[in-house]
Design a binder for this molecule. Structure first.
Ligand code: SF4
Length: 297
């Protein structure tokens, strides 16, 4: 008897997973793929719009709504504010990324469990490219799931991504005009300049993020951490002088980055790509800055 295989591909709202879905459809048309998008309930409006556009190209996308998936346990609605209480009012951070587990991985786990129970072998397609190093931020769940990386198998690199989107009639998601990643509006992986842009573009979402900081407690050694780090509440950004300082520093970092690219004779690459999308390079960090591919890829 032939084995039952379920092919699944997660869309984060980021450019790489989107390009991957389109690429796999072009190059492996024989595969019957179930697409999924884990909606934390705190996605940017631009991300939701982009997922709708993708659905027109790909076909049905399963929305794994983290609120309703958390409801399955019958413990009432589990939106972020309730989860925050459960986690002792400590905001998630790069050191303790409980949000990814609760908002992204658990809904996925519950969804995929149904296939596993039905005797399927699950193959999960991941958008890690051929030009990327091993990802330290790649969180996995303890399930019999095989990760498949078509970009890596086929030598697809960063500069190919935009072409894949364009030949399928899509531009980069609109948030790339001001932010480098998909994921929650309050994601702590944002750089200060991105918080400033969130405040300008979506003041309501900025206020929501700020409200989550209110209950944040001191830790055992008396430190208080906020979304932007220790001792750095979002209220700091309400000062125009502070915002100007952040914007000017960012502009200087962009200039340094452009100079470095010119020195490497890659100016065309700079002109052609969205600089916001290169934010990790601008700040000399590994792509993704440690963020999980589940959230932003
Ligand atoms: S996008 Fe950021 S805040 Fe949201 S689940 Fe992922 S790491 Fe956590």
């Amino acid at each position: 008897m032939s084995e039952k295989v379920k092919h699944v591909l997660g869309l984060s709202g980021g450019k790489d997973s989107s390009a991957l879905a389109l690429y796999v459809k072009e190059t492996r048309p024989e595969l019957d793929i179930e697409y999924f998008f884990t909606d934390t309930g705190y996605e940017l409006p631009e991300t939701n719009e982009f997922i709708d556009k993708l659905e027109e190209k790909l076909g049905y996308i399963n929305r794994l709504n983290s609120r309703s998936f958390n409801n399955i346990e019958g413990r009432g609605e589990k939106d972020f504010s309730n989860l925050l209480k459960e986690n002792g009012d400590y905001l998630p951070s790069q050191r303790d990324r409980w949000c990814t587990v609760q908002l992204k991985l658990k809904p996925f786990e519950r969804w995929v469990d149904e296939f596993i129970k039905d005797g399927y072998i699950v193959k999960n397609y991941v958008g890690i490219r051929a030009d990327e190093q091993e990802r330290s931020g790649f969180m996995v769940i303890e399930k019999p799931i095989e990760s498949i990386m078509p970009f890596r198998e086929d030598g697809i690199v960063k500069s190919d991504i935009k072409n894949i989107l364009e030949r399928n009639g899509l531009d980069l998601p609109a948030y790339y005009e001001w932010r480098s990643r998909s994921g929650c509006s309050f994601c702590f992986y944002q750089k200060k300049i991105e918080w400033v842009r969130l405040m300008e573009k979506h003041p309501d979402l900025f206020e929501e993020a700020k409200a989550f900081e209110k209950g944040e407690k001191n830790n055992t050694v008396g430190e208080k951490f906020y979304w932007m780090g220790q001792g750095q509440p979002l209220t700091k950004l309400e000062s125009p002088a502070e915002r100007i300082r952040i914007i000017e520093n960012h502009e200087k970092a962009v200039e340094r980055f452009k100079k470095k690219k010119r020195r490497n004779a890659l100016l065309d690459d700079v002109e052609d790509t969205c600089l916001v999308g290169d934010i990790d390079e601008i700040y000399d960090e590994v792509e993704g800055g440690g963020a999980c591919v589940t959230c932003y890829k």
